[in-house]
Design a protein around this ligand. Structure first.
Ligand SMILES: [Zn+2]
Length: 341
């Protein structure tokens, strides 16, 4: 049985694992000394940080009424983040003068902060992705309700309307948290970003199956989605409350992404969809863009890395994708109107 001491030991041990992060940059003793000194004095080189000036004892453990106030915990956390950043900047600058190559710190490349944003390029591209989805969604909405004929009761002929509305909301939610996460990487923002990406990927896989197999009956839709929703929900609970296993999460995400790309590509050919070239273009370019995630290079000018480029490529693809969705709505509506006559 675990007694109090082994629990305490495990807690300290696991905390150190999280703190280590094992990158070449933070293993450098020069960097470690700089951060340690900075956290004690509040200054890195000639820069000093107001957030490092806190008083009181370290009371992060124990009963809640004995713990230090939340704002002090935040200040300490800000202090550590500032110290790590400016120590890294100084060391990297010195290295650049001696023609050294950049290395990772705590699992991340040395990015240049802009307005306090950790990865400004990824933030900008995430916001543009969000805007592209919003634009696509609004144009889809206008086409359906204002430009095309409606059934009695003002309902569109297109049977997949509500599915695409949910898709738009999940996509915008995903890019919102992506922008937040790339602005400031902490445990909470990371989990929110990962969870919303998993939710979107899982949902779009369901959507790909329902659309490509022409599932229009509500009961069949529920039967097909239920096991997938159960799997995605379990996976989200797993990464949030049990263990954020990056390798396993990557496998789940790539698995769901590749499956839906294959479904769309095959369906485009089999169904001889009038806009299948748009499908194929998105599938082909989307597959190529995924390679950017595998080819990891240090950020150009401290700003543009492979991950940011990957986020950039999805912006034009989002435009083409929504254009395909509008084409599909027109195609199905013209069929529906013909049948109704
Ligand atoms: Zn990202």
């Amino acid at each position: 049985m675990l007694d109090r001491y082994s629990i305490a030991f495990l807690l300290i041990f696991s905390w150190h694992i999280v703190e280590l992060n094992a990158s070449a940059g933070d293993a450098n003793p020069h960097y470690r000394d700089c951060v340690k000194q900075c956290e004690e004095t509040g200054c890195a080189g000639h820069r000093c940080f107001a957030n490092c000036k806190f008083s009181g004892d370290d009371l992060t453990h124990g009963p809640w009424y004995k713990q230090e106030p939340l704002y002090l915990q935040w200040k300490k956390w800000d202090c550590q983040s500032d110290c790590r950043y400016f120590c890294m900047v100084d060391i990297e600058k010195e290295k650049e003068l001696n023609n050294g190559v950049p290395v990772k710190y705590h699992g991340k490349w040395p990015f240049r902060r802009i307005y306090g944003m950790q990865e400004p390029a990824s933030v900008a591209f995430s916001v543009l992705n969000l805007a592209a989805h919003f634009h696509g969604w609004v144009s889809f909405f206008i086409l359906l309700y204002y430009k095309m004929p409606l059934k009695d009761g003002k309902k569109p002929y297109y049977e997949y309307v509500n599915l695409w509305h949910t898709y738009a909301l999940l996509s915008m939610n995903c890019w919102f948290w992506s922008a937040v996460f790339h602005s400031r990487d902490v445990d909470l923002t990371e989990k929110l970003d990962y969870s919303s990406a998993v939710a979107l990927l899982g949902y779009s896989l369901i959507l790909a199956i329902l659309r490509s197999f022409n599932v229009r009956d509500e009961a069949t839709r529920v039967m097909i989605s239920a096991p997938l929703i159960a799997f995605v929900a379990t996976h989200i609970l797993f990464i949030n409350f049990y263990k954020l296993d990056y390798g396993w999460n990557m496998k789940v995400c790539v698995g769901m992404a590749v499956t839906q790309l294959i479904i769309w590509a095959v369906w485009g050919g089999v169904s001889r969809h009038p806009s299948r070239w748009k499908l194929w273009l998105v599938v082909f370019a989307g597959g190529l863009a995924m390679l950017l995630e595998l080819y990891d290079f240090p950020p150009y000018e401290g700003l543009l890395d492979a991950h940011a480029l990957w986020h950039a490529t999805t912006i034009p693809l989002t435009y083409i994708w929504w254009s395909f969705i509008r084409d599909d709505a027109e195609f199905r509506t013209s069929n529906g109107v013909k049948k109704a006559k």
